[in-house]
Design a protein around this ligand. Structure first.
Ligand SMILES: O=C(COP(=O)(O)O)[C@@H](O)CO
Length: 254
């Protein structure tokens, strides 16, 4: 059976200013990445242009962590899709649970941003995830289905096949999180695939990469990527140091 192709990448969240990002990008540029891996890195805004320039003409995709849906205007403190593009990014992370929880991001604003990203030629990496309470009350699937349908509302089938979806249980993210059991992720991703099948049909739904994120580490990454409906991993802390990212890439590629 041919080896499946995997997306593997990290968001640096609010870490690495321009100096640290320049050093990390130089190490990333030197990394040997197997052909079966599509690697990506998502620096903070202040480092975006530096990192994108350093990784230009490599296999790496570079993204921003958020953006506004409007092209320009009186939106103090916001960054437009065009600005993200001008920095050299091709990916845009949208709807991360930290933004939903602390910055008022909703399913509706995520949808506005997804549509704006596609208009501007940016590939959306849409984060969805159940809260600890939703998990406890056994409504994970309902939450993931709602977040997915609302994020993709109004998109054509072709547009839907350009997005990446990352299932990131809120209870799995960060130092206080606990990594989801692969068996649980397997079921969640299979049900998520069915949501996509209902939207765009089997063939197109299989073209949408489904990533898992939340306490991914060198110890567990390959257990997720071995699952048939997991097409990659989205890593935080364990990949902030490029050597950690490289080790995980090697572990899932072998
Ligand atoms: O939040 C994420 C996972 O963070 P961990 O530190 O790996 O728990 C994911 O979006 C990558 O940033």
């Amino acid at each position: 059976m041919p080896q499946k192709s995997l997306w593997v990448g990290t968001s640096w969240k609010m870490n690495k200013g321009p100096g640290a990002a320049r050093d990390a990008a130089a190490r990333i540029a030197d990394m040997a990445v197997p052909d079966t891996i599509t690697p990506f890195v998502i620096p903070p805004f202040t480092s975006l242009e530096t990192v994108a320039a350093r990784l230009e003409n490599t296999a790496w995709h570079v993204g921003a962590q958020n953006m506004h849906w409007e092209e320009e205007g009186a939106w103090t403190g916001e960054i437009s899709p065009r600005m993200v593009r001008e920095c050299g990014a091709d990916l845009i992370e949208l709807g991360h649970s930290e933004r939903r929880e602390h910055f008022g991001e909703t399913d509706i604003t995520v949808n506005l941003k997804v549509r704006a990203a596609i208009r501007h030629g940016l590939r959306p990496l849409i984060c969805i995830g159940d809260s600890a309470e939703e998990y406890e009350f056994n409504v994970t699937h309902e939450t993931l289905a709602r977040q997915t349908k609302m994020a993709l509302h109004g998109l054509t089938t072709d547009e839907i096949t350009t997005v990446l979806l990352a299932y990131e249980p809120v209870w799995a993210i960060g130092a206080k999180g606990r990594a989801a059991e692969p068996e649980f992720v397997d079921i969640a991703h299979k049900r998520l695939r069915h949501v996509l099948i209902e939207l765009v049909g089997e063939e197109q739904a299989r073209r949408v990469p489904l990533l898992y994120g939340g306490s991914v580490s060198l110890d567990n990454a390959a257990r997720y990527t071995a699952l048939s409906d997991v097409d990659g991993v989205f890593i935080g802390r364990s990949a902030w140091d490029p050597s950690g990212l490289e080790a995980i890439i090697r572990s899932v590629a072998s």
